[in-house]
Design a binder for this molecule. Structure first.
Ligand SMILES: Cc1cc2nc3c(=O)[nH]c(=O)nc-3n(C[C@H](O)[C@H](O)[C@H](O)COP(=O)(O)OP(=O)(O)OC[C@H]3O[C@@H](n4cnc5c(N)ncnc54)[C@H](O)[C@@H]3O)c2cc1C
Ligand code: SF4
Ligand code: SF4
Length: 417
């Protein structure tokens, strides 16, 4: 296993940048055409990766692709024997292990916990299936994943798998052709994670300190689809905190960087397979996007239990309430808070009557689209035109945020190389 030498301290200075690693390669100028935050072209990239852009719904042909991107199949899923230390049941890790031990790839490029701070991601190149166990679990923060790719190819590791979040996968796909032509890449499997509300690791430690008098003992944290945050500590204890009782109002306004408030691809539409939890009703949620994604699921055989995803509740009221608060906050007004006495009751009700399963996932994707538009319009209005894809506008339109003529997306330049 080899690791990235860089630290967060040497983050590049571009304002919208999550340090995906491209700026640390020998050709940092590729960022201009490959970055998700500059001028993404999702329809073209979806065609390049999946052979077609996402279908948009009509009255005759309803589809979830507007929300979730190109789909071949979608599942509620879990490993029959969950992997210890995994974020959920460990489907992501197990796919990577099977890719390595079946000889399908020479290396997997992903994140493991930094030796000095378990919450800080560190990019690594893994060549042995048994080393994937050390990469299980979710870290909060950014690390330069893509700077590992060309060095791995130079070492002769030409068949690669990459596990990444959306702002890493977009630039990876943008340079994929060039990697094949100029750097000897022979094959690439991409396992994507959905991603929202990430922040710098230092900031995340501030959040942990609000949750517990002993934040250093928190070993696991997840925002679950049942509207509760789950925390596990080193001594094996578990605590569930309803979202409504989180100390979010104590966080500084800049807790989430502008990147994570304005990114446009929650569900990682350019991955071959996306492994998350939002549509999983307490289990995992797997979105197969193409034949490579299906091949990766097939490698798990009957270790993997699959059920068709389901849906309950209605999202519209929750999303409208979210937008109203976003707009109040963006206008400098205090957000409307529920009285303290009502929070336990609503916290009890939400998992029972709120949107669940796919409806929960649709709600979160819509909230993210609205957040992107409200924040970009307020903080960087000139970026809306080049950064916000058509599908995000379509999602926001249902809630009255309409694309202005000057916000029509400009045509994107071709990918680098
Ligand atoms: C910052 C962040 C936010 C997320 N938000 C959502 C969400 O809103 N909705 C949702 O459905 N899913 C989200 N996920 C994905 C979810 O937390 C799980 O990672 C996913 O469901 C896979 O679970 P698993 O048990 O299969 O993973 P495991 O088998 O435990 O593997 C986890 C993998 O995640 C990778 N990883 C960990 N931290 C990072 C990081 N900071 N950057 C890049 N890669 C990392 C590791 O390389 C590892 O391979 C998020 C993940 C991250 C990292
Ligand atoms: S491509 Fe990556 S390194 Fe370059 S600006 Fe974008 S996020 Fe930063
Ligand atoms: S929320 Fe968006 S910008 Fe932030 S880390 Fe996740 S994918 Fe990247």
């Amino acid at each position: 296993m080899t690791q990235a030498p860089e630290t967060e301290a040497s983050l590049p200075l571009r304002k919208l940048c999550t340090d995906c690693g491209l700026s640390r390669t020998a050709e940092p100028q590729r960022c201009g055409q490959a970055c998700q935050f500059i001028r993404p072209d999702y329809p073209r990239m979806e065609r390049q990766v999946h052979g077609r852009a996402r279908f948009l719904p009509s009255a005759q042909t309803p589809t979830d692709e507007l929300h979730f991107g190109p789909l071949q199949a979608m599942w509620q899923a879990r490993l029959r024997a969950p992997l210890p230390g995994a974020q959920w049941t460990g489907i992501t890790t197990r796919i990577a292990e099977r890719l390595l031990d079946s000889g399908s790839v020479d290396a997997v490029i992903c994140m493991r916990p930094h030796p000095d701070d378990r919450w800080r991601p560190q990019a690594v190149v893994v060549t042995r299936a048994q080393d994937m166990a050390a990469c299980r679990g979710m870290r909060m923060g950014y690390a330069p994943l893509l700077s590992q790719i060309e060095p791995a190819l130079q070492r002769g590791l030409r068949r690669l798998a990459v596990i990444g979040i959306p702002c890493q996968v977009y630039p990876l796909r943008a340079i994929e052709d060039q990697l094949r032509r100029e750097h000897g890449l022979q094959s690439l499997y991409v396992i994507g994670l959905p991603c929202s509300d990430n922040t710098h690791t230092e900031r995340f430690h501030e959040f942990l300190a609000l949750l517990s008098p002993e934040p250093q003992r928190i070993a696991y944290l997840e925002f679950r689809a049942d509207y509760r945050v789950e925390i596990r500590t080193d001594d094996g204890r578990q605590r569930l905190i309803p979202f409504l009782q989180l100390p979010l109002s104590d966080l500084p306004a800049d807790f989430f960087p502008t990147t994570c408030r304005t990114c446009v691809d929650y569900t990682n539409a350019l991955a071959d397979v996306t492994v998350g939890y939002m549509g999983g009703r307490g289990e995992q949620w797997v979105l197969v996007r193409n034949a490579r994604g299906q091949h990766m699921l097939d490698l798990l055989g009957d270790e993997l239990l699959l059920t068709p995803p389901s849906s309950a509740g209605r999202r519209t009221g929750a999303v409208r309430g979210f937008l109203a608060n976003l707009q109040r906050a963006a206008g400098g007004l205090p957000i409307r808070r529920m009285p303290a006495w009502a929070r336990p009751l609503v916290g009890w009700l939400m998992p029972r009557i709120g949107p669940r399963g796919l409806e929960f996932a649709r709600a979160r994707v819509e909230m993210k689209a609205l957040e992107t538009l409200v924040h970009l319009r307020r903080d960087m209005p000139a970026r809306v035109r080049s950064m916000v894809p058509e599908h995000v506008f379509r999602l926001a339109r249902a809630y009255g945020l309409v694309q202005a003529p000057h916000e029509r997306p400009a045509k994107a330049p071709p990918p680098p190389g």
